[in-house]
Design a protein around this ligand. Structure first.
Ligand code: FE2
Length: 283
């Protein structure tokens, strides 16, 4: 009887130990699988972050400056925002800049790249595409414009912007408009009276090299061959609702008045100077 009792104890003991070992093995396998999945996730996050950085920082060859746009369209990249999302506050709030740059602008860039994929446009420069925009699809027209116009817009502003232009640009503005104040008044008016979505521009006439102010609808710009007066834009003011609505709601006029406090005149002057050097190459 005693032997039978010991035998039963032995059998139950063995079963208990085996069960325990099995449970531990299952737990350990699960834990290893979780660790492995965490590592894969971390690796994915790192590569996603790197992809985002390389997409925004891009190559050193393309920065969005005037001469860079002669590069074949296939080689252009989405340039980094030249400041932080909050740098333009309080004139333009952080969330507006983030959404405008990272969603709207990036969307135009991505759609432009998709639209020219495997076509002859890949080898053409943005300048050449704009000069023949009447022959292109509306998808190319809207997205090429949206991509290019916003690069100008961002670089035309800075955290410590404002003030007045200097040097040769200042002289040309006074010659063309009478005074800096008269120029601001005229461009402000062009922006405020643009019906619907569009842009106001300070541009240099491609033929006469005179400064002029104009406005365009949607994502058009003065470089496009559909423009009444073709010009090289040096200052861009976006008056689409997405540029101001979160902070200003329907008060577009206030956004336009405040825009002048952030204009990066050094960038506008650099574009004006660059035009002199490359005017002959623009068709
Ligand atoms: Fe915009």
């Amino acid at each position: 009887m005693k032997n039978i009792f010991i035998a039963i104890l032995f059998v139950f003991g063995t079963l208990f130990l085996s069960g325990n070992l099995l449970a531990q093995k299952v737990l350990s396998t699960k834990s290893q699988a979780k660790d492995k999945s965490d590592v894969i996730k971390q690796k994915a996050d790192v590569s996603k972050e790197t992809a985002t950085l390389s997409a925004t920082a891009g190559s050193d060859a393309f920065t969005g400056k005037a001469e860079d746009w002669f590069m074949p369209a296939a080689e252009t990249i989405f340039p980094a925002l030249p400041y932080s999302y909050s740098a333009l506050e309080p004139v333009i709030d952080k969330m507006t800049v983030e959404l405008h740059y990272d969603k709207h602008h990036r969307g135009y860039f991505n759609n432009f790249k998709k639209a020219i994929e495997n076509s002859k446009l890949e080898k053409m420069s943005l300048y050449e595409i704009f000069a023949s925009i009447s022959e292109q699809s509306m998808t190319v027209r809207n997205n090429a414009g949206g991509y290019y116009n916003h690069v100008l817009y961002w670089s035309n502003m800075s955290a410590d912007g404002g003030g007045e232009p200097s040097g040769i640009l200042q002289k040309h503005i006074i010659n063309s408009f009478g005074s800096y104040e008269a120029f601001v008044k005229e461009m402000t008016e062009a922006a405020k009276t643009r019906f619907g979505s569009g842009w106001a521009w300070l541009a240099v006439d491609l033929k006469t090299k005179e400064l002029f102010i104009t406005s365009t609808a949607n994502q058009d710009n003065p470089l496009m061959d559909i423009s009444d007066r073709r010009g090289y834009p040096i200052l861009a003011l976006d008056v689409w609702e997405h540029a101001y609505y979160l902070n200003y709601q329907n008060k577009r006029a206030d956004y336009i008045d405040n825009f002048w406090k952030k204009v990066n005149w050094k960038d506008v002057e650099a574009r004006f100077d660059a035009f002199e050097k490359m005017a002959g190459k623009l068709k």
